[in-house]
Design a protein around this ligand. Structure first.
Ligand SMILES: *[C@@H]1O[C@H](CO)[C@@H](O)[C@H](O)[C@H]1NC(C)=O
Ligand SMILES: *[C@@H]1O[C@H](CO)[C@@H](O)[C@H](O)[C@H]1NC(C)=O
Ligand SMILES: *[C@@H]1O[C@H](CO)[C@@H](O)[C@H](O)[C@H]1NC(C)=O
Ligand SMILES: *[C@@H]1O[C@H](CO)[C@@H](O)[C@H](O)[C@H]1NC(C)=O
Ligand SMILES: *[C@@H]1O[C@H](CO)[C@@H](O)[C@H](O)[C@H]1NC(C)=O
Ligand SMILES: *[C@@H]1O[C@H](CO)[C@@H](O)[C@H](O)[C@H]1NC(C)=O
Ligand SMILES: *[C@@H]1O[C@H](CO)[C@@H](O)[C@H](O)[C@H]1NC(C)=O
Ligand SMILES: *[C@@H]1O[C@H](CO)[C@@H](O)[C@H](O)[C@H]1NC(C)=O
Length: 411
């Protein structure tokens, strides 16, 4: 399992609770505390029962606890101490980064060995801002110093062959199972804030993600809140995202998605896709439930249920053309992505007026199947005037509301 986030669990077998001796190779300022029962003599009638968490691993109080010294200043790199602590805590321990302390990570850490480790993050983990080729990064109340990366990347696009910035991703999992992150603040990621690849059962709860540029001429580009590829089980609840790109955007082969109480500000919205980007490759996104999304000041709004949208250019969008592709090219190369059974329920609010009176745009490619699209309780208004317009092209069947082809819309 490869996991570059500091909070990793896996379905590892437990170590027995027997003695772990204190070692004397501790770095300066580091300490190891054994769980209390480990310090008591093992009497025949003692009957310590381990409590287990929901994956069958030890709970916090039964874990060996490792602490390390914090950074003295913004150049005091404690990467080596941190790596030491993770190795010591591997297989059933806990690394505690303490409240009010700052831990500066300036090196790329290979955390591929992680197996049943908890990181209790009450302090701040900060990454250095040297622009160099760094791949893995991550942590909780984590300040990733994205500004320098956004400034350096300014004007570029990821697929651009001349792009020389391989910007780090704050939280990356690959081939990982059972990831749970809660209560943390993920700040200023250089590129995608999270990216889950070939992973199973990823849960984010009560997380705050922000990436806001302080340089008026650069955008916090591609700092999407949630990104996934080949993932089964992605749950995001009670989370706020304040970034310059997508808020929540599962990519190909993401299944069993559950989102509830998501607040997005200044984002591109909740997007399913891109899917069907590569000819001949079959991609799917299925079984998604998205409920109670608040979308403020964005570009696109979103889908499904109880969505409140304010000041957003295109609140409800379903289309098959994206990324610097003009309408003619799109018409010439028909998409084969089928969209079936997508329901937009109870979507209300205002749009910015950028696209005239159009508040919802559903444009399918003539080459694909688009059916079972249903809109209900949609109350979106546009400052460009009423009645507001809903566009639908190439959709088979009734969508539940009056709609007009794009050619008749006044935008
Ligand atoms: C995924 O991890 C499992 C062990 O957890 C390993 O056996 C397998 O080889 C890994 N797969 C890849 C593609 O890395
Ligand atoms: C803002 O970003 C631009 C583009 O990278 C850069 O030239 C400029 O120096 C930055 N401004 C500040 C104040 O850092
Ligand atoms: C909807 O989400 C917001 C946070 O964005 C939360 O304050 C509110 O309580 C949620 N509403 C319901 C009905 O859960
Ligand atoms: C929401 O985003 C706008 C810019 O799009 C910003 O001015 C505002 O401060 C943000 N609000 C919050 C609560 O972060
Ligand atoms: C999605 O899954 C299908 C079937 O398992 C596979 O053929 C395809 O390559 C996957 N797509 C991506 C982008 O990984
Ligand atoms: C519709 O969504 C709003 C929040 O935007 C919520 O207060 C209301 O209860 C929802 N209505 C239904 C019928 O679910
Ligand atoms: C899309 O639907 C059409 C018609 O039902 C079907 O022939 C085609 O195989 C479907 N494409 C995919 C990628 O599932
Ligand atoms: C639609 O929303 C507006 C405010 O945005 C409100 O005044 C109006 O009553 C709503 N209409 C319905 C049918 O809910």
């Amino acid at each position: 399992m490869r996991f570059s986030y500091f909070l990793a669990y896996s379905l590892a077998s437990l170590l027995s609770a027997s003695a772990v001796s204190l070692e004397n190779d501790n770095p300066v300022g580091a300490s190891i505390t054994l769980p209390r029962y480990n310090l008591l003599p093992r009497l025949p009638w003692s009957n310590h029962k381990h409590h287990k968490d929901n994956w069958g691993n030890r709970v916090e109080k039964d874990r060996k606890r490792i602490t390390i010294r914090s950074s003295r200043n913004d150049h005091d790199d404690i990467s080596a101490d941190f790596l030491w602590a993770l190795k010591k805590a591997n297989h059933g321990g806990l690394v505690h980064l303490q409240k009010g302390k700052k831990y500066l990570i300036g090196k790329n850490l290979d955390l591929t060995f992680l197996n049943d480790v908890c990181v209790k993050l009450n302090g701040e983990v900060k990454f250095t801002n040297d622009i160099q080729d760094v791949k893995i990064y991550g942590s909780g109340v984590t300040n990733c110093n994205g500004q320098a990366w956004w400034d350096g990347f300014s004007g570029a696009e990821i697929p651009d062959p001349k792009n020389k910035y391989f910007r780090p991703i704050l939280v990356l999992t690959d081939n990982a199972t059972n990831i749970e992150v809660s209560g943390l603040h993920l700040k200023d990621s250089p590129c995608w804030t999270t990216f889950f690849v070939r992973s199973k059962n990823v849960v984010f709860d009560d997380v705050y993600i922000d990436a806001v540029s302080t340089n008026a001429s650069t955008l916090p580009k591609n700092t999407d809140g949630f990104y996934s590829l080949n993932v089964d089980g992605l749950t995001v609840t009670n989370t706020r995202v304040n970034v310059g790109d997508d808020c929540f955007s599962p990519k190909p082969n993401t299944t069993s998605i559950f989102v509830k109480n998501l607040w997005c500000n200044g984002t591109h919205g909740v997007s399913m896709g891109s899917i069907g980007q590569y000819p001949g490759v079959k991609d799917y996104i299925s079984n998604a439930w998205i409920e109670n999304v608040t979308q403020l000041n964005g570009q696109n709004g979103a889908r499904l249920k109880d969505i409140r949208i304010e000041n957003t250019h295109a609140p409800v969008v379903l289309n098959q053309c994206y990324f610097n592709v003009n309408e003619m090219t799109c018409a010439a190369y028909l998409s084969k992505v089928n969209i079936t059974n997508v329901i937009f329920l109870n979507v209300s609010g205002t749009r910015s007026g950028k696209n005239g009176k159009v508040v919802a745009d559903h444009t399918c490619s003539p080459g694909a199947t688009c059916n079972g699209i249903h809109l209900e309780d949609i109350n979106l208004t546009s400052p460009a005037g009423s009645p507001s317009q809903i566009v639908c092209d190439n959709i088979q069947g009734d969508i539940g509301v009056d709609c007009i082809p794009a050619s008749e819309a006044d935008d």
